[in-house]
Design a protein around this ligand. Structure first.
Ligand SMILES: NC(=O)c1ccc[n+]([C@@H]2O[C@H](COP(=O)([O-])OP(=O)(O)OC[C@H]3O[C@@H](n4cnc5c(N)ncnc54)[C@H](OP(=O)(O)O)[C@@H]3O)[C@@H](O)[C@H]2O)c1
Length: 284
């Protein structure tokens, strides 16, 4: 049987694919852009056109599949957007779904991940929720523009700390859960990096690896929101969700460090210094 990976071209999905292949699993990579998937994975996996918003794509995607990595594309802001596909998982007797959730969501009902976890559990689908901290890829991806162009980090996180984790480590954790599906049935895992850093620490590390003087600008919420919507042209709903997340971060919700990654994989999580050194081209 095969493992279906939704968001296979995304930050985490691409590593879930890679790690499952190295465990000898047969993988189906799913997304709305199959050309992009073929370019990333070549002939190593089956590729399928899959759209959460189009129920006609579900049947083909779930052919010969018994385990699923489920992620919520960031622009699908309502939990209900994922319910039709979760219903389809139920009727296909999936033996494990690993949902890419969010650290702290068990106590925080605001992010959509909370309701999605509950919906999976309510339907009685065997689950292994993965609840990571902030991705290091946020810094090398969406927030790298200001680092490259202005030598500054423009994130409204105040003085708060985050236990950043590399998406590669999340991918390895998810692959472990899906590969050992019986062992991890009906479990939830909060995984983080090894240390909690504020954005002054991040600026110092980035300055070290790039040889440029990078500063943390510490914008307020309104300034950040209007810059990202008006100047960067990002989707308003997406920016609003990030404002809510950075608000929570300021309340201290992102700073916890856990040992769960080590328990799952027997490895230490990658540090931000290692990550930044390997991805230096994203910042210069
Ligand atoms: N960033 C963080 O710090 C953080 C922390 C914890 C949790 N999370 C959660 O992680 C999730 C994002 O994961 P990610 O960063 O790996 O994703 P990502 O890099 O943003 O990629 C999004 C993926 O969704 C696919 N997609 C877009 N629209 C789709 C649709 N209508 N139907 C099916 N697939 C679609 C895209 O592929 P196609 O283009 O091929 O469709 C792409 O592979 C979010 O739910 C976020 O809340 C993020």
């Amino acid at each position: 049987m095969k493992v279906l990976i939704t968001g296979a071209s995304g930050n985490v999905g691409r590593y879930v694919v890679k790690e499952l292949l190295s465990k000898g699993e047969t993988v189906v990579a799913a997304g709305t852009n199959t050309e992009k998937l073929k370019k990333i994975f070549g002939e190593t996996v089956d590729v399928v056109n899959f759209d959460f918003a189009d129920e006609k794509t579900y049947e083909k995607a779930l052919e010969e599949v018994d385990r699923v990595f489920l992620m919520r594309p960031p622009h699908l802001g309502k939990p209900e957007d994922l319910y039709p596909f979760i219903d389809a998982l139920k009727s296909h007797n999936i033996k494990l779904v690993s949902f890419l959730s969010l650290m702290g969501v068990e106590k925080n009902t605001i992010p959509p991940h909370h309701k999605i976890e509950k919906y999976i559990e309510k339907l009685g689908i065997p689950y292994a929720h993965i609840r990571p901290g902030f991705f290091m890829q946020n810094v090398s991806g969406i927030h790298s523009v200001e680092i490259k162009e202005n030598n500054e980090i423009f994130i409204p996180a105040g003085k708060s700390k985050s236990s950043f984790i590399d998406a590669a480590d999340i991918g390895l954790s998810v692959a472990t859960l899906l590969h050992e599906s019986e062992k991890y049935k009906n479990t939830a895992h909060t995984i983080t990096g090894a240390e909690s850093l504020d954005y002054y620490n991040i600026a110092k590390i980035l300055s070290e690896v790039t040889g440029k003087k990078i500063i943390y600008k510490k914008p307020g919420f309104l300034n950040y929101r209007s810059y990202y919507i008006k100047k960067r042209g990002l989707d308003k709903n997406y920016v609003n969700v990030t404002v809510a997340l950075y608000f929570m971060t300021r309340m201290g919700t992102a700073k916890m460090v856990t040992n769960e990654f080590y328990h799952l994989t027997g490895r230490k999580p990658r540090t931000f210094l290692e990550f930044a050194s390997e991805n230096v081209n994203c910042f210069v």
